[in-house]
Structure formats: structure tokens, C-alpha cells
Design a protein around this ligand. Structure first.
Ligand SMILES: Cc1cc2nc3c(=O)[nH]c(=O)nc-3n(C[C@H](O)[C@H](O)[C@H](O)COP(=O)(O)OP(=O)(O)OC[C@H]3O[C@@H](n4cnc5c(N)ncnc54)[C@H](O)[C@@H]3O)c2cc1C
Length: 396
């Protein structure tokens, strides 16, 4: 996308010759120091020297090589353990944060991470709102760091989808690719998948002008002309939100009636930056390296036309990934899992974290926070059942 690209591993920062020696490392390069190998530059711009703890420098080689998500070197290669005090389903920000906390509390968690290891952030490029990365970070790099951190403390991460579960009693039973896993407690963090149009060009240009998250990516389209696809509340909400940044927004809807509430439609109609186009289908997203426009089709006449655009937001909804759990846990009217009292479900010992229940915030940092809470709740519950040793606050 058209935004300042973060510095990649091994690449020099701007103004720094490639291959120049990194500035002082926190801990003096002592690998036993928790922040060893990291270099932080707060970019205060006042000419002062870098602090001892500036910038997680993704330009510097990390102290421990970060395995590619789901790639060689992952603990998945050592699969074999099938029983745990805690099984976490999902390996997005929620699941892997839960794993970091649980592993550090000696629960030796197993993460059944699904066939989209890393979750939704694997589908995007620059993430600029995750705290701690002041230059931003690529979504896949961020998730590789999450995973390396979870594995460092002994989490077993397996890139398999859970197909079925039996939560009728303990140990809880979960099946993935024909293998049965048993757990004294479970955290469900299976996320929600953004729905896409299903075009090859849309997939190719994801993170290069195509997005499904206005809150995350709207900022990158300041003074640009963009499209929003959809006709429900989400599309109207996102179009209205995007008027803060974009110079013009074309709302593209394939029917002439909207599912969105009248108030949302009226608000959009009153906004001079939003132009609503009905009876148009997006047949193609145009552009090689980045979005340059869309190929439209009039759904009544079949007439085709091109519309130049700098970006395209797909706002046709999300599908929470609940298939394996829907017979066991409460589901709300939008299809999301229901939590009772923070991260609990109606089944003792089964917890929920992240976008699979949260359709309000849908951010990596909120999902990660949820994962932390679910792990602490699970650990305390296991402790109350005499399954986990009592921890002290310092364990977290
Ligand atoms: C295009 C895009 C850009 C975004 N950009 C940003 C951004 O810049 N900043 C930000 O904060 N947020 C961003 N988000 C939102 C953010 O990605 C999500 O809020 C966050 O990833 C939710 O985390 P999660 O762990 O709850 O779920 P997810 O990230 O959705 O992860 C779900 C995990 O569950 C697994 N899973 C699903 N079903 C099963 C199953 N049956 N068995 C086992 N595993 C399963 C999947 O494989 C996946 O690993 C973006 C989202 C999108 C789509």
C-alpha cells in the first residue's frame, strides 16, 4: 500500500548505509538480557543520542532467527504430544498471546493453529498501529515474532484445523486431521474471516490497495479516491469512517436496495465525499503492483465500465470461524461465540478470545489482550481444579 514501508530485516534504515554497524544494543549485546539483540530508536528528533532501549529494529538480525510462520524449524516438526492441560485453537494474535502466557505459567500448551497459521494479519502488509513498532511492521513478520515467542517457552504449535470437538466432559477431546487431542482446558481463538469477492486480482492486490479493514488501513489513503464494496451496515460505516482520510469514496453495491439501516444510508447520502453507485458489480480489480481502478458491470444492462481508484475496501462482512464449536457453545445472532463473564463460556474450562467473539473492535491488539485474559482465566481455573500449580503474580 502507499505508505511508508517499514525497514526489512537486513536492510539499512534511511540515512544509514546498508551494512553499517547497529547502534548500541540494549544489554550490551548480552544474549541473556531479555532485550538483547534489539535496538530502539524513538526518533525523538531532538538530536539526542538513542536511548538504551530504542526501537525493536527489524533491520537488525534478531538474536534468535525467527522461523517463517508454519515453516521449517517450527516446533510442528516435533508433533507427537497430544495431551495437555491447555489446548488453544487458533494461531492468530489471540491464540499465540494466550500461548505465550500459558507456556510461561508451565501449562505446556498445544496450539492447534489452523491452516491459516498466523491468522488475518498474514493477509496484510504494513501494520502501523500495533504498539511497540514505531516504524510499523509487516503483518507476517509480526505473526512470526508472536509464534517464535510462544515456541520459545515450550508451546507446541501445529498447523492443523480442528474438525470436531467433544466438550461433554474432561478431558475435552478435539480432532484434527484424524488425530485426537485431549485437554483439561481449551481456549477457542479461531477468529473471523473477512469475506472477499473471490477474484484472483483481489487476492493478488491484497495489502497493495485492497483491504478489508478500514480502521486498520484507512490512514494510508489520505487524499486518495477509493471504493467501498457492499450494501450493509459495515459498508456504510466503513465508507463514512473513510471520509476522514480519502478525498472521495465510491460506495459500490450490486443491488438497488440496501441491507444497511436507513440512518446509516441517510448519513452517507448527506456526505459530499461519498457517491453511491447501485446495480454495479466489481468484476476485476485493476493494477499490477497496486490498485489503479476497478472493472465494473451494470447488473441490469450488463454494460461494462472502468473506474480509476487508488484503493478498494471490501466490506461485505465477516464469517466467524465457529463450525467445530457451534453445537457446544452459545452463538449470537451474528454467528459469533458468546462469552459469559469476561472470557468464560457456558462450559467450565472452555474459554474464548479474539475476533471469534468480538465483532466490535476487531484489532490485533485487542485480540492479543483477550488472549492474555483467557490464558490467565484458564490458568486460574486449572489451579482451582487442582490441575495446575498455584502461580504467583510474578509468573505472568
Ligand atoms: C486485511 C486486514 C488488515 C488488517 N490490518 C490490521 C492492522 O493493521 N492492525 C490491527 O490491529 N488489526 C488489523 N486487522 C485485524 C486483525 O488482523 C484481527 O483483529 C486479528 O487478527 C484477530 O486475531 P484473532 O487471533 O482473534 O483471529 P485471527 O487472526 O483471525 O486468527 C484466527 C486463527 O484461527 C485459526 N483457525 C480458524 N479455524 C480453525 C479451526 N477450525 N481449527 C484450528 N484453527 C482454526 C486460523 O488458522 C487462524 O490462525 C486486519 C485484518 C484484515 C483482514
Amino acid at each position: 500500500m502507499s505508505k511508508q514501508r517499514p525497514v526489512a530485516r537486513g536492510e539499512a534504515r534511511s540515512g544509514e548505509p546498508k551494512g553499517s554497524a547497529p547502534t548500541k544494543r540494549a544489554g550490551g549485546g548480552d544474549s541473556s538480557f531479555p532485550f538483547g539483540g534489539l535496538q530502539i530508536d524513538f526518533g525523538r528528533g531532538d538530536g539526542s543520542a538513542p536511548l538504551a532501549l530504542p526501537a525493536i529494529d527489524i533491520a537488525a538480525e534478531p538474536a534468535t532467527p525467527v522461523p517463517a510462520v508454519g515453516g521449517p524449524g517450527s516446533v510442528a516438526a516435533e508433533a507427537g504430544r497430544t495431551e495437555s492441560k491447555l489446548v488453544i485453537v487458533g494461531s492468530g494474535p489471540a491464540g499465540l498471546t494466550a500461548a505465550i502466557y500459558a507456556a510461561r505459567a508451565n501449562l505446556e500448551p498445544i496450539v492447534l493453529g489452523g491452516t491459516t497459521p498466523g491468522g488475518q494479519l498474514m493477509l496484510t502488509s504494513d501494520v502501523e498501529n500495533y504498539p511497540g513498532f514505531h516504524d510499523g511492521i509487516q503483518g507476517p513478520d509480526l505473526m512470526a515474532l508472536f509464534r517464535a515467542q510462544a515456541e520459545r517457552f515450550g508451546t507446541l504449535v501445529l498447523d492443523v484445523d480442528v474438525d470436531a470437538v467433544d466438550l461433554s466432559g474432561r478431558p475435552f477431546r478435539l480432532w484434527a486431521r484424524g488425530v485426537e487431542y485431549q485437554a483439561q482446558s481449551v481456549i477457542v481463538s479461531t477468529g473471523a474471516s473477512a469475506m472477499w469477492l473471490g477474484l484472483e486480482s483481489e487476492t493478488r492486490l491484497r495489502g497493495r490497495g485492497v483491504s478489508a479493514c478500514a480502521t486498520c488501513d484507512g490512514f494510508f489513503f489520505r487524499d486518495r479516491e477509493i471504493g467501498v464494496v457492499g450494501g450493509g451496515d459495515t459498508a456504510f460505516e466503513e465508507a463514512t469512517y473513510l471520509t476522514r482520510f480519502a478525498s472521495k469514496i465510491h460506495l459500490l453495491h450490486r443491488r438497488d436496495a440496501f441491507r444497511a439501516s436507513k440512518i446509516m444510508v441517510d448519513r452517507a447520502k448527506a456526505n459530499p465525499k461519498i457517491e453511491i453507485h447501485t446495480n454495479v458489480a466489481v468484476d476485476e480489480v485493476l493494477g499490477d503492483e497496486k490498485v489503479s481502478g476497478v472493472q465494473l458491470r451494470d447488473t441490469e444492462t450488463g454494460k461494462r465500465s472502468k473506474m480509476p481508484l487508488d484503493g478498494l475496501f471490501i466490506a461485505i462482512g465477516h464469517r466467524p470461524n465457529t463450525d467445530a464449536f457451534r453445537d457446544w457453545l452459545d452463538i449470537d445472532d451474528k454467528g459469533y461465540l458468546v462469552v459469559h463473564d469476561r472470557t468464560n463460556t457456558k462450559i467450565d474450562g472452555v474459554f474464548v478470545a479474539g475476533d471469534v467473539h468480538d465483532h466490535r473492535y476487531r484489532q490485533a491488539v485487542t485480540a492479543a489482550g483477550d488472549g492474555c485474559m483467557a490464558a490467565i482465566d484458564a490458568e486460574r481455573w486449572l489451579e482451582s481444579q487442582g490441575i495446575a500449580e498455584a502461580t504467583t503474580l510474578t509468573a505472568w
